[in-house]
Design a protein around this ligand. Structure first.
Ligand code: BDP
Length: 577
């Protein structure tokens, strides 16, 4: 780790490396890669505390400075940092980062290095042929890897601000905001609160306490409004934005600012040509622009926490976000791990510790974002093979999320298509989130059957008296493939598929949202189930709308953000006229 790399290739950071060079061995490389660069810090900064921060390295990272390991981190979608003040040498330093893309039965997301491929099944051995070591993701997105989010070197004084937490409650037309500032060293904490126009609206002194904003301008869906808390501590200073809004589940309603909200949107992947899963801020802006064009109001960060730059943008734009952990593939009877014999997912997989850690880190990173209204503990976990074991696994995680979130937002788990009557885990959650493929994986081509099956399911879930929503439903659609009679994979079929689902869900008062699968086509592992990736996007991978995008736009622009399902919707619409 001390010397320069042999035969290095030029790779751009931040980005996934997989699509930056040609060759199967490069794209499908399995195991470690090494990044290296020189680092020199100007003398003027050397009096400060120097911190090296990685937005995300997928999935495992070891960081070396001049050959000494200074940090290691497992988990590919959340930040980590290390203070390098003491180890940095004057002049040039060599920074090396090893990146490990392997996923296993002990990692999140879950993978297998011995089983079959998620979409292709087990490979029989061929005498004399060495099958390349390969990683089998237990999830349906390409296992992009690398230093995927920005690497930053920042400075603070020796006594510094470590963390800021702000939680507000609304009382009439004012907000009471309780705050906490964690610091290292000696000094007094002072806060100055400004509104979006830069006008001072409150002040506070001390490391914890309350301040009042009166009158308050609420953060609203599609009308984000941010206050800025300027925190001063000795010579250190940090500006933390926050919004004032409330979130609550009451009976069958999901309330934002006390009003029943209706989710319109999709699951979104961080995925684009060339960048892979690497950050692309142009795409962030473009995707939110398309979201607004559609008349949508929300998305889920499927299936991992998205870049914090995106979360900040959502705060500004008022986009409502379901924030999801990378717990995808926690299912030993599905995909790469399916053997045919029912296995106990929660003893086959050893992911409890990483799961707790990722919930802790996600909430620590995202707690101050007003855009986040719901935490998703996992996507499509095995909740029904051994229902009690699933409860024993997820109930403590639910409690952990509640305990860690200073705002106590609602918590959910996104449920897989299964024998839902057996499921004991979903009913424990605040919102029932369902991924359902009636009309695609089940009853494909038969909308009557699909509608009937959906109705039976929604009848069942309605008895719980909790809000229910779809977090996935969709049909693979090849852009440009048309037929007058809708057939699977054509654009016409995708349009009819959504129309059929909507006809059903519109009948249920406790149905609080539709997030389809997926916003855009995305890359997956190769296999007979995928034609150049997953094609369930309503946009192509380069963000061209399919017919369904226009149809959804027609629908969503007519659905109000609030009161869609209550009688008040009628009154509200009349008022708007
Ligand atoms: C669901 C998964 C999602 C897949 C989708 C599909 O949550 O990651 O991409 O199905 O099959 O099972 O398209």
């Amino acid at each position: 780790m001390e010397g320069p790399l042999d035969h290095p290739l030029n790779i751009a950071v931040p980005a996934s490396y997989n699509d930056q060079q040609e060759g199967v061995n490069f794209r499908d490389h399995y195991g470690f890669v090494f990044y290296q660069r020189e680092l020199e810090v100007p003398k003027v900064l050397q009096e400060q505390r120097l911190v090296l921060r990685f937005g995300a390295v997928t999935h495992g990272a070891q960081v070396y400075l001049n050959g000494h390991r200074v940090a290691q981190h497992q988990g590919g979608f959340l930040p980590f940092e290390v203070e390098i003040t003491e180890v940095l040498r004057p002049g040039k330093n060599r920074l090396t980062v090893s990146v490990d893309n392997r996923v296993s039965q002990k990692t999140l997301p879950v993978g297998s290095d011995s089983g079959g491929n998620m979409l292709g099944g087990l490979l029989p051995e061929i005498p004399g042929i060495q099958l390349p070591p390969q990683n089998y993701p237990n999830f349906d997105f390409f296992n992009y890897a690398g230093i995927t989010r920005p690497v930053k070197l920042y400075t603070t004084p020796r006594d510094y601000i470590e963390d800021v937490t702000l939680v507000s409650r609304v009382e009439g037309n004012r907000a009471v905001v309780s705050y906490r500032v964690d610091t290292m060293g000696q000094g007094e904490v002072r806060l100055l609160i400004r509104d979006e126009e830069g006008k001072e609206v409150a002040q506070a002194v001390g490391d914890k306490g309350e301040f009042v904003i009166s009158p308050v301008h609420l953060w609203q869906p599609l009308a984000g409004y941010l206050y800025t808390a300027r925190v001063e501590f000795g010579e250190d200073c940090y500006e933390q934005t926050f919004g004032v809004r409330t979130v609550e589940v009451r009976g069958i309603e999901f309330l934002i600012n006390g009003k029943p909200f209706y989710f319109k949107g999709f699951g979104r992947h961080e995925d684009s040509p060339f960048h892979g899963r690497g950050i692309d801020e142009v795409l962030h802006v473009k995707d939110l622009s398309l979201l607004c064009w559609l008349g949508a109001n929300s998305f889920r960060t499927s299936h991992y926490p998205h870049a914090e730059e995106m979360m900040e943008l959502c705060d500004r734009e008022g986009i409502v976000v379901i924030d999801e952990t990378p717990a995808v593939g926690v299912h030993a009877n599905f995909g790469a791990m399916a053997t045919g014999t029912p296995q106990d997912t929660f003893s086959v997989l050893q992911v409890k510790e990483p799961h707790e850690e990722v919930i802790r880190d996600m909430i620590a990173r995202d707690k101050n974002h007003p855009c986040v209204v719901l935490w998703s503990l996992a996507n499509e976990s095995d909740t029904t093979t051994f229902p009690e074991k699933s409860v024993a696994y997820y109930k403590p995680l639910y409690d952990l999320a509640k305990a860690l979130d200073p705002e106590k937002r609602p918590v959910t788990i996104v449920g897989v298509q299964n024998e839902y009557q057996k499921d004991l885990t979903l009913p424990l959650m605040d919102v029932i989130c369902l991924n359902r493929y009636y009309g695609w994986y089940l009853y494909g081509g038969n909308f009557d059957a699909a509608k009937q099956a959906s109705k039976m399911e929604l009848d069942y879930w309605s008895t719980l008296g909790k809000p229910v929503m779809l977090t996935e439903y969709g049909a693979d659609t090849v852009a440009g493939l048309h037929l007058a009679t809708p057939t699977m994979f054509t654009e016409e079929y995708q349009v009819e598929f959504y129309a059929a689902v909507h006809e059903v869900v519109d009948q249920y008062p406790g149905f609080v949202g539709e997030q389809l699968w997926n916003f855009a086509d995305f890359a997956t592992i190769q296999g007979i189930m995928r034609v150049d990736g997953n094609k369930k996007g309503i946009f192509t991978r380069d963000r061209r709308p399919k017919m369904a995008a226009h149809a959804l736009r027609e629908r969503w622009r007519k659905i109000p953000n609030f009161y869609y399902k209550s009688s008040k919707a009628v009154k509200k619409e009349k008022l708007d006229e």
